[in-house]
Write a protein that binds this ligand. Sequence first.
Ligand code: TMP
Length: 212
Amino acid sequence: MSAAGARFITVEGLEGAGKSTCLATIRDWLANRGIDPVVTREPGGTKLGEAVREVLLDHQYGGMTADSETLLIFAARAEHLAEVVRPALTAGQWVVCDRFTDATYAYQGGGRELGEERIEPLEQWVQGRLRPDLTLYLDVPVRAGLERAAARSTPDRFESEREAFFERARAVYRRRCATHPERMRLIDASTNLAQVQQRIEANLEAAFGHLV
Ligand code: TMP
């Protein structure tokens, strides 16, 4: 449960969608209103979570089953919620998280084809009623995003997946934006940076302008 006013914002998008820039825009928007949020990420955000992240991204574990992958992600998430997210919200601090459970629906549910019925019980177990207050999903065509990501660094275990994997993940993200209109916003991130930033700010204003 969050103290009055504290909000939980998550940022989602395929590789190369521009999440880092979006996180910086959110941070600036909040800073201009005197709010210094906890900025964190998944998988990660705790010592255990960062260790799990290394395993998940490591090519050594290429043969990992989709079930093991999903359970590792939720183990990292349970730790992150207990150690970082819930304590911050309870103390009245805003939390901005780079990816959260929508990524599990997209990558494991869609990409790995596990289906949402495998993810939902884990979401209930680990999160209870906790859901983000606002999720900004940055939408880019798969190939453009992958090219951007590949220019930046050597592909990790997820980035090495075939395009079809990311097409399935993108389809899930887009569908979830339609089925969760109370908190999810689809932002076309394929246009120029200034326009994307404007859209992010407009969404923050619409969601939280009355609070801050
Ligand atoms: P990053 O690219 O945002 O640093 O995230 C690392 C990778 O982890 C990314 O390729 C997506 C993947 N991931 C999942 O597959 N499921 C999840 O639930 C999360 C949070 C991330």
